[in-house]
Design a protein around this ligand. Structure first.
Ligand code: 5GP
Ligand code: ZN
Length: 113
């Protein structure tokens, strides 16, 4: 698969890494929409959240969500944060390697555009 996040996970494309283990990777978004904008992803390629769930990867899904929540809570410093998983065309997904956006350190608007 020709996938930029697989390349970042493999270390062949650079990124500012916030967390890495065998299964999970957190990097800074290259075009941040908040002072803290991280992307938390499985190292293994899943195109979207439906693929992860359909694969029955519930333990990985739980670890993934827990890591994103932890990083958001830390970065948000008690003032809150937002987790987002854009999925498909209407969801605004532009990179087809599953990732959670962690947005923090400013007040975010709602509803989304
Ligand atoms: P999506 O639109 O799929 O929900 O989110 C993709 C995100 O990946 C966007 O916020 C975009 O700024 C970010 N992004 C795209 N290419 C790169 C890259 O090469 N490196 C990093 N760190 N982020 C990227
Ligand atoms: Zn990938």
């Amino acid at each position: 698969v020709d996938c930029i996040f697989c390349k970042i996970a493999a270390g062949t494309l650079p990124a500012r890494e916030f967390y890495r283990d065998d299964e999970l990777l957190a990097i800074a978004d290259i075009d941040p929409q908040a002072p803290l904008h991280l992307l938390v992803m499985p190292v293994k390629h899943y195109a979207n959240i439906v693929e992860l769930i359909d694969a029955g990867e519930s333990a990985l899904a739980a670890r993934w969500l827990a890591l994103a929540s932890k990083l958001g809570a830390e970065g948000g410093g008690g003032a809150g944060f937002r987790l987002v998983v854009n999925t498909g065309a209407n969801g605004g997904q532009t990179v087809d390697h599953l990732h959670l956006h962690v947005l923090a350190e400013r007040a975010l608007g709602w509803p989304p555009g």
